[in-house]
Design a protein around this ligand. Structure first.
Ligand SMILES: *[C@@H]1O[C@H](CO)[C@@H](O)[C@H](O)[C@H]1NC(C)=O
Ligand SMILES: *[C@@H]1O[C@H](CO)[C@@H](O)[C@H](O)[C@H]1NC(C)=O
Ligand SMILES: *[C@@H]1O[C@H](CO)[C@@H](O)[C@H](O)[C@H]1NC(C)=O
Ligand SMILES: *[C@@H]1O[C@H](CO)[C@@H](O)[C@H](O)[C@H]1NC(C)=O
Ligand SMILES: *[C@@H]1O[C@H](CO)[C@@H](O)[C@H](O)[C@H]1NC(C)=O
Ligand SMILES: *[C@@H]1O[C@H](CO)[C@@H](O)[C@H](O)[C@H]1NC(C)=O
Ligand SMILES: *[C@@H]1O[C@H](CO)[C@@H](O)[C@H](O)[C@H]1NC(C)=O
Length: 480
């Protein structure tokens, strides 16, 4: 009696386990549970790990510069195409803690400034910052561009440059080109117009400075808004890409260089929304230090010409004067410096830019910007922002320096700002992923247990029934 009770109890139990396993598998309860636990952690709140990582990113960020050293300046002055040699990297460790952190609106928003400091890493660089690079004389080109319609002033400037022994090209150290040097021509103009800064550098005043106040959403109301930029210097982030590129150039003149890394971190927090984003598109699955990730890349329209992407029309300067696909003329951002942004080596750009400069070899692997994100947590596993700074060198007949040159988008340098998740974050993420794995497999484990118990039940039933059956068979035998 007790034995059969046990057997049928066992059968019922295995059946219930099987049913609940199947129900759980179909209802997706456990994955949802994991997701909601993760979502609770993804909020900028004093004390959460997400907040700590946001406030002071644990993984080292590196900014690497690659210059294009001009090898044939005399030929270029005679109208030949420039031949350049890529030299680099010159690597800086980038520190970018959030400062002046203040929570607003019941913790739904947080404001902060992001001060960036660059420290040279000799061991990760090709050579010291004192290495010489021959490239285009950006201050001279800028001034020439501004006075091209004033023959008399143009003549004076031409003479001045000759007197100083300067021309269309300069040879300066890496440190000077990046962080600033006193330029003779700008110095002379400074004496007449004191608001013109006599110092020029592509990243002048970008070190140990910030680019103003950001207001971020904390993700308290919706985890998908985690660390998304609400406003920057009071301006909405709708025109984000534009501000980013402009600000990079403004960085050459006072403000600072803003990184797309944050932009992407901001835009791309969660897989469900990623594919719909305008700014980055899913490319493929990747693995970073054994962690699963999705790779997102900027769509090629980002640099497309205005007929393909009308929102880039603002980069056609003067209006309607578009250079072509793959380059953005950011002249309007800065007072007149004819600076043009592109992908390194004009990757994804018009063939004509690549052909115009000897030494351009666009390669997806090296020149693409990308961000790899862990789909469960939205954590950035690896990212590389790659941008090239070019100068538009134009034939200006009023200047003896440029009277014979061929118009060209001249590459000065490209940068690679990259980050890879640090090992302690990998360990933490691995624990979360393992828990997720176990939890999402609970229904299947239950189904398995149900099946095994069911098997045991069958076995027990057979064994329980067997002796009875034999006895029943024998009984008539005995009786007869
Ligand atoms: C976070 O909490 C710590 C300790 O309670 C406090 O010292 C710190 O000022 C807080 N930070 C912010 C941004 O409120
Ligand atoms: C903050 O929360 C309180 C109480 O829930 C509410 O009365 C107040 O309006 C909220 N303030 C803001 C700025 O949301
Ligand atoms: C940036 O500033 C920091 C601190 O002010 C300084 O140590 C560092 O050398 C500077 N980096 C460059 C590239 O000038
Ligand atoms: C760049 O070219 C100049 C001129 O030929 C040369 O002096 C300099 O050493 C080169 N720089 C590097 C880093 O090779
Ligand atoms: C860049 O600087 C120019 C002139 O200084 C200014 O008009 C423009 O608004 C700035 N752009 C951004 C994005 O800050
Ligand atoms: C814009 O790009 C498209 C595709 O690359 C090309 O067909 C078109 O001629 C370009 N238009 C201009 C004005 O460069
Ligand atoms: C950055 O990009 C350059 C060019 O593709 C590459 O050589 C370099 O290894 C990259 N740096 C890092 C840290 O990934």
């Amino acid at each position: 009696m007790f034995k059969s009770c046990f057997i049928y109890g066992c059968g019922l139990f295995s059946f219930l386990i099987l049913i609940s396993g199947i129900a759980l598998a179909f209802s997706n309860v456990f994955p949802k549970l994991v997701q909601s636990v993760v979502e609770k952690e993804i909020v900028l709140k004093n004390g959460t790990e997400a907040f700590d990582a946001w406030e002071d990113p644990p993984a080292p960020i590196y900014m690497q510069f690659y210059f294009f050293n001009l090898t044939n300046p005399l030929e270029v002055l005679d109208g030949d195409r420039p031949a350049v040699l890529e030299v680099g990297p010159y690597t800086y460790r980038e520190y970018r803690p959030m400062e002046e952190v203040t929570f607003q609106d019941n913790g739904t928003k947080v404001s902060a400034v992001n001060t960036k400091t660059y420290i040279f890493q000799r061991d990760m660089s090709r050579g010291p910052e004192s290495e010489l690079i021959r490239t285009v004389n950006v201050p001279a080109v800028t001034v020439m561009d501004q006075f091209k319609d004033h023959p008399i002033i143009a003549n004076l400037i031409s003479l001045y440059l000759k007197g100083e022994g300067e021309g269309l090209f300069v040879t300066r150290t890496v440190g000077e080109l990046l962080w600033g040097y006193e330029d003779a021509l700008l110095g002379a103009i400074h004496k007449l117009k004191p608001d013109v800064d006599p110092v020029f550098g592509l990243f002048y005043k970008s070190n140990a400075t910030n680019d103003g106040e950001y207001v971020f959403l904390t993700g308290q109301q919706d985890y998908k808004d985690f660390a998304r930029v609400d406003t920057w210097n009071g301006q909405s982030s709708l025109n984000w890409w534009t501000s980013d590129e402009c600000n990079m150039i403004n960085g050459t003149n006072g403000a600072s260089f803003h990184s797309a890394l944050t932009k992407n971190e901001i835009l791309q927090m969660f897989s469900s929304d990623l594919c719909r984003s305008l700014y980055a598109v899913f490319e493929k699955d990747v693995a970073v230090k054994g962690l699963p990730g999705y790779r997102f890349v900027p769509p090629s329209q980002v640099f497309a010409n205005a007929s393909v992407n009308p929102s880039n029309a603002g980069f056609c300067v003067p209006a309607g004067n578009c250079l072509g696909s793959g380059v953005l003329n950011v002249k309007p951002c800065k007072q007149g410096a004819p600076i043009i942004m592109s992908s390194p080596h004009f990757y994804q750009g018009d063939e004509k830019f690549v052909r115009a400069v000897f030494g351009m070899r666009p390669q997806k692997e090296y020149h693409q910007t990308f961000i790899d994100i862990n789909p469960l947590t939205g954590i950035v596993l690896r990212a590389a922002k790659r941008l090239q700074v070019n100068v538009f060198v134009e034939k200006i007949t009023t200047f003896s320096q440029t009277e014979n040159v061929t118009n060209v988008v001249f590459p000065v340098l490209y940068l690679n700002e990259s980050v890879v998740i640090d090992d302690s974050s990998v360990a933490k993420l691995n624990v979360v992923l393992m828990e997720q794995n176990v939890l999402t497999n609970v229904p299947f484990i239950l189904i398995g247990i149900g099946i095994i118990l069911g098997g045991v039940f069958m076995l027990l039933v057979c064994r329980h029934k067997m002796p009875q059956g034999t006895a029943a068979e024998r009984q008539p035998l005995l009786a007869s």
